[in-house]
Design a protein around this ligand. Structure first.
Ligand code: NPQ
Ligand code: MG
Length: 415
């Protein structure tokens, strides 16, 4: 009897322990849903990706776009096309052809994705979009490359789940107010004409690109021509130094919503010092690489407003975390733009529909940049764009347009 009892209890313990081990392994593989997290509405274990097309396209811009870092006449875009066992997914990399806005650029992103990121992801049977950041954590930086993959993964996963990106992220509205970014013009008259056209189109906010020498007088001309009712802001793309503080102070009387990224990316303390000398609020773009940087920048007084670009920060899930931290700290946010095609534009609209996005963003209509887009174009209605409601990003890619614009294509497979 004691012998039998002992033997039975050993058997019971062995099976109980192995059940616990199994349970722990399952819990580690799929952590319990956290209702405060994007992805809480779990979409399963993640898609199985069987092949990935890397497609480079060159799209001409409707007009040259001049900023303090250069002039662009076309967009050199890397597209990600996932072919999974249950469907397809599209993503877009926001990196530019040349490393002028940031250190990333298209060619490098394509190389990194093909040589380093996809091999790590495809080595696993299944990866969910929410797990992607963790799998790629050992590779430093290259946020634009990572964000492009995350976008494609989200599209595939949410299409399968029948859920829109807007619902997944926690959108609070069905349309978003749109602003437009106006490049540096050759002449003052051309600038006034361009701004007049955008105001006629219905844009609810005008952002003027500035650089040393083409700043105060240009902004004043726009303010004087269109009056105090026009919502106006400026973007320097890091073209100034702290020694320009007094000069930039002349913007204070022009009633601007904000000045965006006056100083170089790494100068958080410089921005904090500048902020104390201006009444115009400082908004950071290039400097904000993550939710951690956003929180620190706000806390040290480097900015009081944040431009959120999902590509720059490594993806939509980090963008949502920045939104959350800014909302908690009382800093307004708005959605930036990187001249996205309809793919990235659709995803940006989903993000811009979150409750903390209280300022109009650079989510302009497709025709601001392109004569022909690779999805159905986004069209302005009373200065707003509609947030896509279909599953995933909610847009269909026009393959024949992509093919006509393709400059290079490669296929990556597991193993
Ligand atoms: C910004 N975007 O806020 C960026 C910079 C920018 C809409 O002003 C090609 C590809 C040209 C990306 C020019 C806007 C670009 C680009 C400017 C991004 O700083
Ligand atoms: Mg900017």
């Amino acid at each position: 009897m004691p012998c039998m009892g002992k033997s039975r209890s050993v058997t019971t313990w062995v099976s109980a322990i192995s059940a616990l081990v199994r349970l722990a392994a399952e819990m580690a593989a799929s952590p319990p849903p956290d209702p405060t997290d994007p992805g809480a509405a779990t979409t399963g274990p993640g898609p199985r990706v069987e092949a990935v097309e890397l497609i480079r396209i060159a799209i001409p811009l409707v007009a040259p776009f001049r900023t303090s870092f250069g002039v662009q006449t076309q967009r050199d875009v890397l597209l990600i096309h996932l072919l999974g066992d249950s469907g397809e997914g599209w993503g877009e990399c926001v990196a530019m052809g040349e490393p002028g806005y940031s250190s990333e650029y298209t060619e490098a992103a394509e190389q990194l994705i093909g040589q380093h990121l996809l091999p790590r992801l495809l080595a696993r049977r299944r990866v969910s979009a929410a797990e992607l950041g963790g799998v790629l954590e050992s590779i430093r930086g290259h946020r634009m490359a990572k964000a492009a993959l995350e976008m494609a993964w989200l599209d595939l996963e949410l299409r399968v789940a029948g859920m829109s990106l807007a619902d997944y992220l926690g959108a609070a509205r069905t349309e978003v107010d749109c602003g437009v970014s106006v490049g540096i013009a050759d002449t003052r008259e051309q600038l006034l004409e361009t701004v007049a056209g955008y105001l006629d189109d219905g844009y609810r906010r005008i952002k003027l690109k500035i650089e040393p020498g083409l700043d105060i007088e240009r902004v004043r001309a726009v303010r004087e021509r269109f009056g105090p009712g026009v919502v106006l802001q400026v973007d320097a793309n890091a073209a100034y130094t702290l020694a320009d503080a007094e000069h930039l102070g002349r913007l204070d009387e022009l009633g601007l919503v904000l000045i965006e990224q006056p100083l170089p990316e790494e100068q958080l303390l410089g921005h904090a010092k500048l902020a104390r000398r201006l009444t115009t609020p400082i908004c950071l773009d290039e400097s904000i690489l993550s939710a951690t940087v956003a929180a620190e920048a706000i806390e040290m007084g480097a900015c009081s407003i944040v431009n959120i670009k999902p590509g720059r920060v490594g993806g939509y899930l980090e963008a949502k975390r920045i939104h959350d931290v800014c909302l908690a700290l009382g800093a307004p946010v708005w959605c930036g733009g990187m001249l996205e095609t309809g793919i990235g534009r659709a995803a940006n609209l989903a993000l811009a529909a979150l409750p903390g996005f209280t300022l109009p963003g650079d989510t302009s209509a497709s025709d601001r940049y392109f004569h022909e887009d690779i999805t159905a174009p986004f069209v302005l209605h009373s200065g707003r764009l509609r947030v896509p409601t279909g599953p995933g990003l909610g847009v269909d890619v026009r393959r024949e347009v992509v093919d006509a614009l393709t400059t290079r294509r490669s296929l990556v497979r597991p193993g």
